[in-house]
Design a protein around this ligand. Structure first.
Ligand SMILES: [Ca+2]
Ligand SMILES: [Ca+2]
Length: 143
């Protein structure tokens, strides 16, 4: 089970989100209560968080190794998430990172897959700015 910490409802207290599509809202003293669920997808394996669409609210990306895809979930700043269509990234994605990889101040989403055709075992994709993994006018690909 993969999980990440972030203040997803923007109350100043860290929360947790799991790749199995549940949100745990923190009280700032080490305790958590269940928050709203969000769409899990099939066979979620790993989750990453960061700002993917530039609206200032934390978003999530979940890699699903059973469907060879990554789903971006755009946060609303109140603990809710809206899923974008899944981007197919290659066989068995198992690791994700959200970071500005090329210095243009737009966060990128890097995905490692177990198999990625001729490009080798550490395949990659994709980026963002629009919050749409793998597509959109501001998307870029790495690999
Ligand atoms: Ca919080
Ligand atoms: Ca966002």
């Amino acid at each position: 089970m993969s999980l990440v910490a972030g203040d997803f409802n923007e109350d100043g207290k860290l929360d947790l989100a799991t790749c199995a599509a549940s949100l745990l809202l923190g009280n700032g003293a080490g305790s958590f209560t269940a928050g709203p669920d969000f769409p899990p997808g099939i066979y979620p394996r790993v989750v990453a968080t960061g700002g993917l669409d530039g609206d200032g609210h934390l978003d999530l990306a979940i890699a699903k190794d059973g469907t060879d895809g990554v789903t971006v979930l755009l946060g609303d700043g109140q603990g809710g998430f809206a899923a974008r269509p899944m981007a197919v990234v290659g066989k068995y994605p198992f690791a994700l990172v959200i970071a500005d990889l090329n210095g243009d101040a737009i966060p990128d989403l890097l995905v490692s897959t177990t198999f990625n055709g001729a490009s080798g075992p550490m395949g990659s994709i994709c980026s963002s700015g629009s919050g749409v993994a793998g597509s959109g006018p501001r998307s870029r690909y790495f690999g």
